[in-house]
Write a protein that binds this ligand. Structure first.
Ligand code: GUN
Length: 296
């Protein structure tokens, strides 16, 4: 069994991006600028955004966090998005999800300029991705593709089961892995809460991607000997022995499942850091598109 080491791959990606930013600055150009919009005070979102800011600092990007209260109206958020769309000093921005219940997330993603939609959640980027055209790919599925690529995992012709059908992970993951690409060329099955015979289906997977947010849901009987398992789940479980008061737990019962796998990603240190690295990649791409810089 070998580990899909997201922590180390993400570090490599950040180092590559930092080198490109140094080159831009040496040429007298400005650094890329990412804005994160945070509505309300959801604890997990606070942590995610703080990590994104830290990543920007590390690679030399400018970053700004714009906060709105939990009771901010949809109109106020739409007005802020219009400002960010028009602001030439902003290359890309994200509106951290989930949003308070009174705000329609679809209206928000619709309002973001596709050229600045570095989360890749808007219909324009989703549509381009489905067509196999250049687009901002959503961070987590793109991070999983990078993780597979950087460990040289052969996926061609293999049966991949994606557990979960969300718009931001399961569905785009299934599209990327079924594409004629490397990694890719999988035969993909999307499984979800209504799937019959789930355990048997998962056990038929050569590549199993889990994105359901149910701690330790995937047990050894659900995994084929020699499978590649990528665990996207990150649930916070209360843990008074940790300074943070919680620990992150994946969808996979790692201790039980790992011995059966050829490759497996841990939680933490697997997909999470790759998701963060993907956002940096998209932000640099947005910057280059907007300033018409060719890739180095
Ligand atoms: N909430 C959970 N994951 C994400 C993400 O990748 N982007 C945004 N904007 N919100 C999220």
């Amino acid at each position: 069994m070998q580990i899909l080491d997201g922590k180390s791959c993400a570090g490599q990606i950040r180092a590559e991006i930092a080198a490109q930013v140094r080159q831009l600055l040496a040429e007298g150009l400005r650094a890329p600028h990412l804005v994160a919009v945070l509505v309300g005070d959801d604890g997990a979102s606070e942590t995610y955004v703080a990590n994104k800011v830290r990543d920007c600092d590390e690679v030399g990007f400018n970053s700004t966090v714009t906060r709105l209260g939990a009771d901010a109206s949809e109109a106020k958020l739409l007005a802020l998005i219009a400002e960010l769309n028009a602001d030439d000093a902003v290359d890309g921005f994200i509106v951290q999800l989930p949003l308070p219940g009174h705000v329609d997330e679809h209206q928000i993603t619709l309002a973001i300029d596709p050229a600045k939609d570095v989360d890749g959640f808007g219909p324009s980027n989703v549509g381009l991705m489905c067509l196999g055209k250049p687009a901002f790919l959503p961070a987590t599925p793109n991070g999983v593709m990078e993780l597979l690529a950087r460990h040289d995992i052969e996926t061609e012709g293999r049966h991949c089961v994606v557990l979960g059908r969300s718009n931001i992970v399961g569905t785009p993951m299934s599209i990327l892995l079924s594409r004629n690409s490397r990694p890719g060329n999988c035969t993909v099955t999307i499984a979800h809460s209504r799937t019959r015979g789930l355990a048997k289906l998962c056990a038929s997977a050569d590549v199993l991607i889990t994105a359901i947010g149910k701690p330790h849901f995937v047990t050894a009987d659900m995994v084929k000997e020699g499978a590649v398992v990528v665990d996207v789940g990150t649930t916070r479980l209360a843990d008074s022995s940790r300074p943070s008061g919680f620990r992150l737990v994946g969808d996979v019962d790692f201790a039980q499942v790992a011995p059966k796998c050829s490759w497996i990603s841990p939680v933490p240190g697997g997909v999470g850091p790759m998701t963060r690295a993907s956002l940096l990649q998209n932000t640099l791409k947005a910057y280059r598109n907007r300033t018409r810089q060719d890739d180095v």
